[in-house]
Design a protein around this ligand. Structure first.
Ligand SMILES: [Zn+2]
Length: 129
């Protein structure tokens, strides 16, 4: 028997329980999410906001791996290799707050610097930090 579930956006969806132990979890997931139309609208609004103001990252969501692309034009990084072979880096164009990071790999340190800068600008990052 299909049930009617109210989504996070206020719209309702039909939900058909499968009769196994995961029904309640699926119901809960359904309640927490927007309906497909509203999800799509939200996504488009986010993308538009991002296009308009790429530096500030709009309503905020930046995908993992895309951080570097959100650094401002003319960002200058300084990277130096440490005695143990790991890398340390600093964003020379960011002073307040200062942005520094260290990592074993060169690309990881660049990524970490970008994430740290974005966080200092109030961006919400997706995935683990
Ligand atoms: Zn909706």
């Amino acid at each position: 028997m299909p049930e009617t579930i109210t989504r996070a956006c206020g719209h309702t969806t039909e939900f058909t329980p499968k009769g196994d132990q995961y029904d309640e979890a699926r119901r809960e997931k359904c309640r927490r999410k927007r309906c497909p139309e509203c999800g799509k609208a939200k996504n488009e609004a986010d993308n538009a906001a991002q296009k308009e103001n790429p530096q500030r990252a709009g309503s905020g969501r930046i995908k993992k791996g895309q951080e570097v692309k959100h650094l401002p034009v003319e960002t200058v990084l300084m990277l130096w290799r440490k005695a143990d072979g790991s890398w340390e880096g600093k964003l020379l164009t960011a002073e307040d707050p200062a942005v520094t990071a260290d990592a074993n790999g060169l690309m990881s340190v660049v990524q970490k610097l970008a994430r740290a800068w974005l966080k200092s600008q109030g961006a919400k990052l997706q995935g683990k930090s």
